[in-house]
Ligand binder design. Structure first.
Ligand code: AMP
Length: 281
């Protein structure tokens, strides 16, 4: 496996691979890898001749009061894990390599962002769309792997790929969880021991909501209340949102048919956790 830090080297490498007609699977990450990230690599490994991962903590997608500086990083261990899982290249540029000076164009995501995390993280998805546009242009992947843990991100990227006609396929991968149900996340390290014990209640609450929907409940407040009840009873976390939408449109449920998402975000003392369940009705 090879680590690449410079754009020029990545371009040369991709150009050679393309000349040889190699298929490229791509896994964008911010590093501090866990089994969730590695599941994306595993799937990419199965479906492509070449697997490229990127590790880049993208400042553009962090708000002024968010954790860009404190975001956990461990490049040495990440490289080991990526290699073990069979990645061929890890592109790990520094911020200067990706962004030089003031941009002359900025992207503004207009759909699927006024709900869920987009609502409380203004500009976040603009930053995601910008960095992915650059990375897609550099890596020129055939398939790109995203985790459904960040289901709104998948929905926004579907819009980006569609609007800008990137010649690639988005492959959504199911959320990887700890044994007790907590979705794996680089930010789980921010949880205190007591919070770590409470945190699986988030998924448990979502499962309860999903069951209610499957049993025929259609009143949004009743469903949200049931989810809220489990979270407040079992944790000291503050609820940011509990929402139900059509997926991937992220519009209000109308006919209660097709793909749906039930999603929630909660704030513990240092960690904001998100989770969701998508299901078909
Ligand atoms: P991040 O490093 O947090 O930007 O995540 C990089 C990719 O890994 C994104 O597509 C995430 O959705 C995905 N990912 C993160 N956590 C998980 C998980 N628990 N299960 C599956 N995919 C995940």
């Amino acid at each position: 496996m090879k680590k690449i830090e410079k754009v020029t080297e990545l371009r040369q490498t991709i150009s050679q691979l393309k000349k040889k007609g190699k298929s490229i699977g791509y896994v964008p990450t911010m590093g501090f890898l866990h089994n969730g990230h590695l599941e994306l690599v595993k799937q990419a490994r199965k479906e492509n001749e070449i697997v490229v991962m990127s590790i880049f903590v993208n400042p553009l997608q962090f708000g002024p009061n968010e954790d860009f500086e404190a975001y956990p990083r461990n490049m040495e261990k990440d490289l080991q894990l990526a290699e073990q899982e069979g990645a061929d290249f890890v592109f790990a540029p520094d911020v200067q390599e990706m962004y030089q000076g003031e941009p002359s164009i900025t992207l503004n995501v207009t759909k699927r962002v006024d709900v869920l995390c987009g609502k409380s993280r203004p500009g976040h998805f603009d930053g995601v769309a910008t960095v992915l546009t650059k990375l897609f242009n550099l890596v020129q992947p055939d398939k790109v792997y995203f985790g459904m843990k960040d289901a709104q991100q998948v929905a926004v990227v579907m819009g980006l790929v569609n609007d800008f006609q990137f010649p690639l396929e988005i492959v959504p991968v199911q959320t990887v969880r700890e044994g007790d149900g907590l979705a794996k996340s680089s930010r789980n390290v921010y949880l205190s021991e007591a919070e770590r014990q409470e945190a699986p209640a988030l998924y448990k609450a979502l499962l309860k909501g999903k069951t209610l929907i499957e049993q025929g409940e259609r009143d949004l407040n009743t469903i949200k209340k049931a989810v809220e009840e489990t979270i407040t009873k079992e944790t000291n976390a503050e609820i940011d949102y509990i929402e139900i939408y059509q997926y991937p449109e992220l519009t209000e449920p109308e006919n209660w048919s097709g793909d749906m998402i039930l999603a929630a975000a909660v704030k513990f003392s240092k960690a904001r956790l998100i989770d969701n369940i998508t299901f078909a009705l």
